[in-house]
Design a protein around this ligand. Structure first.
Ligand SMILES: Cc1cc2nc3c(=O)[nH]c(=O)nc-3n(C[C@H](O)[C@H](O)[C@H](O)COP(=O)(O)OP(=O)(O)OC[C@H]3O[C@@H](n4cnc5c(N)ncnc54)[C@H](O)[C@@H]3O)c2cc1C
Length: 496
């Protein structure tokens, strides 16, 4: 059922970016909103690897990152409320507006059942941590976080789904979009986004084609395919001649230590965002996604097994894990950091059949880790299907050096992190490549085609992805209102 007559909007991807676009449009009214996602409905999303505590079985569509809620559903549900973290949305809309959008998105999460507590307010104790970090060559960015936890994330997303269904939003799960359909724009040459008509064809979107060959017409298409769909979107952007910029690729490891080692920090800031520039290469290294008392998990990116982490709202382990990532922006002529990152993660898969785990002590003394060596350590791995191995056979010297130097610096504020027993899982990769050329409203040069969330290279986390959905919905709302004024513009008319 559709939400009545009105302008038709297709949203590709049911992650936070797509869901928040739909929430705002459905609340506005006057739109027929359809969400298409190649993954499953929330109640049918299950990961055999997590449930059976076995290795990844390479499902055709990975339930961990695809389906209702997108990567957010199985995520740790840490809602980062600080505008400095979680993506580039501020570069499009301005930092001040971003702060307001994050507040708005946060209110929506609260409305759908997010817990009220916020971690990470800057107290005198936090100021003291920032000072100590500075003395250890580290920059600590205070971050306000609302933590859903994996269990709560699903409840919140389920409430959003049933609300959208009640408002008549057409939710089509298990539908993969293969192509974005465009045609020469009507009335081009005036107010549309394709201003540099000399370089970019003045096209407008008119719908999508699904993998099953169905052509579904629409007045507006919003693509929010997440990291999982970033390569697909990149291909579509190239086909549609939408210019692309290269983002850095972040490659590193997931560090697992005893929760006590970081307790004095995580109890005060929940998540410590620490930045370090490596001594040897001056590469940026940062901590990311700190999961106190959490679990290390695998992630399947189109058949490539990488590592991630989460904390469950109720189940607590005795360990804390976090990612340690080295950022690298490539210069001309190379512009395919996704492939570079995949090759490195692929090496770990080649050697270990998936994720490798190594004790820091083994890495430093030039040994591979074995089951026996891991067993002798004091940290029990929470990821059971990682293969003990040797990360020095996988990560380039530049990366390893940066990671070791950062761990040494971290040890000055969290003694015990540079212990021989600390576990390193590899490889963790964050692909943020291929930023599409977008307007401040996140519209591509193809009229009425919007790209948002992680897949468009705009965001890197739940809150900014959600906020980016609000930006797009607002742009469509304004555009639709204009289209109702006959003299106002020559925007899209349905030619179907
Ligand atoms: C294990 C894990 C833990 C995380 N923890 C956190 C955290 O604690 N805090 C945080 O801020 N962020 C976290 N993240 C990141 C966060 O989940 C993402 O930043 C966020 O979900 C991005 O939202 P999105 O809407 O852009 O894309 P996604 O959530 O990735 O959703 C994209 C959707 O599009 C669908 N799709 C892709 N291509 C197509 C296609 N061609 N046709 C149809 N559907 C398609 C996919 O199936 C998917 O459901 C985590 C991610 C993972 C994997």
């Amino acid at each position: 059922m559709h939400s009545g007559s009105g302008q038709r909007v297709i949203i590709v991807g049911a992650g936070p970016a797509g869901v928040f676009t739909a929430l705002r449009l459905a609340a506005t009214g006057g739109f027929q909103v359809t969400i298409m996602d190649k993954g499953r409905d929330l109640s049918h999303r299950s990961c055999p690897s997590i449930e059976r505590n076995a290795g990844c079985v390479n499902c055709p569509t990975c339930s961990v990152i695809s389906g209702w809620g997108g990567a957010g559903a199985f995520s740790d549900g840490k809602l980062t409320l600080s505008p400095e973290i979680g993506g580039h949305l501020g570069e499009y809309v301005g930092q001040e507006k971003l702060a307001g959008l994050l507040e708005e998105a946060d209110r929506i999460y609260l409305q759908f059942g997010a817990p009220p507590r916020v971690y990470g307010e800057v107290t005198p104790e936090v100021e003291e941590l920032i000072r100590k970090a500075r003395m250890a060559d580290l920059t600590m960015i205070p971050t306000r976080i609302r933590h859903l936890g994996t269990g709560y994330s699903k409840q919140v997303l389920a409430a959003m789904e049933s609300h959208l269904r009640q408002l008549g939003v057409d939710i089509r799960m298990g539908v993969e979009v293969e192509s974005i359909l465009s045609r020469p724009a009507e009335g081009h040459g005036g107010s549309g986004p394709a201003k540099d008509a000399g370089q970019v064809p003045a096209e407008e979107v008119w719908g999508v084609r699904t993998a099953k060959g169905e052509e579904v017409p629409a007045d507006y298409v919003v693509v929010a395919p997440g990291r999982e769909g970033a390569e697909w979107l990149r291909g579509e952007a190239e086909r549609l001649k939408i210019p692309l910029a290269t983002n850095p690729v972040d490659i590193g490891v997931r560090v697992e230590t005893a929760a006590e080692v970081l307790e004095h920090i995580t109890s005060k800031v929940y998540e410590a965002k620490l930045i370090f520039y490596s001594k040897t290469f001056e590469d940026k290294v940062r901590t990311f996604c700190m999961c106190p008392h959490g679990e290390v998990v695998t992630e399947n990116l189109d058949g490539l097994i990488t590592v991630n982490g989460h904390s469950h709202a109720e189940i607590k382990t005795e360990n804390t894990n976090f990612a340690l990532l080295v950022s690298k922006t490539f210069t001309q002529p190379f512009k395919d950091p996704i492939t570079y990152g995949k090759h490195i993660a692929g090496l770990a898969n080649l050697l270990g059949g998936g994720v490798l785990v190594q004790r820091l002590g083994d890495l430093l003394t030039g040994h591979r880790s074995t089951e026996e060596r891991i067993h002798k350590g004091t940290i029990r791995p929470t990821l059971h299907d990682a293969t003990p191995g040797d990360l020095s056979l996988v990560l380039p010297y530049r990366y390893l050096q940066a990671l070791v130097e950062m761990l040494q610096a971290l040890d000055r504020i969290a003694p015990g992190i540079y212990s021989r027993n600390t576990l390193l899982y590899g490889v963790e990769v964050k692909f943020y490549s291929s930023r599409l050329q977008l307007s401040a409203e996140l519209e591509t040069p193809v009229r009425n085609l919007f790209a948002t969330g992680d897949g468009a290279g705009v965001t890197r986390g739940l809150m900014q992805a959600s906020a980016s959905g609000l930006v797009v919905a607002e742009a469509i709302r304004k555009r639709a209102a204009l289209a109702l004024l006959p003299a106002a513009c020559g925007h899209s008319r349905d030619r179907q």
